[in-house]
Write a protein that binds this ligand. Sequence first.
Ligand SMILES: [Zn+2]
Length: 662
Amino acid sequence: MIDQETIQRIMDAAHIEEVVGQFVSLKKRGANHIGCCPFHNEKTPSFYVSPSKGIFKCFGCGEAGDVVKFLMKHEHYTYPEALRWLAEKYHIEIQEEEMTDEQRERQTERDSLFHVSEFAQKYFADLLYNNEMGKAVGLSYFHHRGLSDETIKRFGLGYCLEEWSNFTDHALANGYSLPVLEKTGLTIVKEDTGKRYDRFRGRVMFPIYSISGRVLGFSGRILSSEKQAAKYVNSPDSDIYNKSRILYGLYQARTAIAKANKCYLVEGNVDVISMHQSGVENTVASCGTSLTVEQIRLIKRYTPNVTVLYDGDKAGIHAALRAVDMLFAEGMHVRLVLFPDGEDPDSYAQKYGSTALQEFLVSHEDNFVLYKTRVLLDEVKDDPIRRAGLLSETARTIALVTDLIERQEYIRQCSYLLKVSEDVLTHEVAKAINLNRERAISSKNEPTPAVAAQPEEQKPQEQAPLTEPTNLTSIAPPEVERHLVQLLLNHGDTMVSQTFTAEDGSTQQADYSVAQIIISDLRNDQLAFTHPLCQRIYEQCSLMLDISSHIDTSRFLNSDDSQLRSFAAGLMVDTYSVSSSWLKLKQIHIPTVEENLRQDLTDTLYTFKRLRLAQMVRSLSEQLQSADEDRQRQLLIEIKYYSDLSRKLGNALGQVIAPRFN
Ligand SMILES: [Zn+2]
């Protein structure tokens, strides 16, 4: 663990333009440096680095963050790895924080699991070439499957001898302890007899690597035709191995995936290896489990584009259809390739060769939604009841697509396939979207301010259901909200002197930070932002203020949520252009935000509140018409409250209520 002080020293020493400049060619433009974004393909630069703020932001793909985030994204480092890299570059000695005994013990145990796994991999790989049985059984099997020695070594393949405890005995003789061997699952100890034996005896071994190339576990395939034995056996979950968070082949595929901006998803280990050997290196498999959300997020670190490959039998198709819905729900772009009946990537490559495989993949890539619709349509035939089910099933899938243009295109094509009008399908999709949203809202148990809790306010009337994405954050926030959040992020800690009316009616003056003024003022009136990301930033700033009286913007720049990160960084980099468009809107000439911060703050707060209050009154009034008597009474009280507030606001123009913190 790196202590906080050292982290600060590293962050202070690091120059983001130097670090980014090592990977991207940058040109200076004004206060910023710009270049072509390394995270998406572009010819005209839209990637900005701001040395003064220590952040980068791409206005093309939205990627953004600070120097650590850049290294994590670009080099796929973990947080500590990125810090260590920077520490080395800027010659900063890392003070390791003292670990507690428990932490040290855990660390030691994890280390020993890693060590014994690595030891096992080396031993199994060695047997393949230097043991008679290893050569005769293991190696000849791999060669028979068409794998070259180069490929076998690249994937660290091996063989575990068909003897009860050959490996376990060898490991014990080399000083590894039985409890550790048991924890990795390499050794099984019989509870009743205490007899120990090798879990993987008589199997060819596929080591499973972490992203950084450490051996985490194994998958072993049996070669004998023993009937009771499972064809594949995998390591059990341990402190270092969690099958739902691992993709087979990702370590070998990750660079190719990022480069091709696409990931092929296949079913088995051998398919992965076979694809790699055929030159299609951007291929992974979820081994021993059906696809999980964690695995999808692993892929998403490298690319949003997934092509699912599977063989054409019925079970395969239905398994793939389920996986694809999950991929859509995670915002991935999904395509698929269907192999002819009885073929899989491995057999296809063996039969027709690498070039034919590559060509097949390109020419048979299919649009998933259309494919799914065709498959289901074929099964349903003309049964009217099942057809109705098919319509809502198709709508459900389309509703998962987050890209609006893509979604509209699917509606157009599927309504043609299903022989229904676009309106009918559009309506079904809208229903499915609303259902998803309700589920999302009810599963989110966050306390929301009174105002934000009114769903009518969150959905502006002028938006038809379909033009409103499931993902509300992709709508641009209103200018005034944007500007207010900008003031929070860029000037939150700046002190300004404020005149306010004290409780006894006298006028007083005091210094407050910009964040204190904004947050106490909005809290006082219980006002919330309409834009979800603005509201999240506001809530987090509010929390920071309560805890430390300081706005730590690095929390946003380092957030795991890429949308939030991108949004916050955009507001921080883009001060000039936003301010100018905002000033135009206000029709007030202010040279720069900094020079007239106080005036700007007062104006913005005033405008924000005026607009929000007007919106609320309007929305409540609209509800009046359809409300029952009880609800009407309630609504009238609320309308009166907000109208009064609005009137008071008009009277007190230019004044700010004294910040109150309890
Ligand atoms: Zn970009």
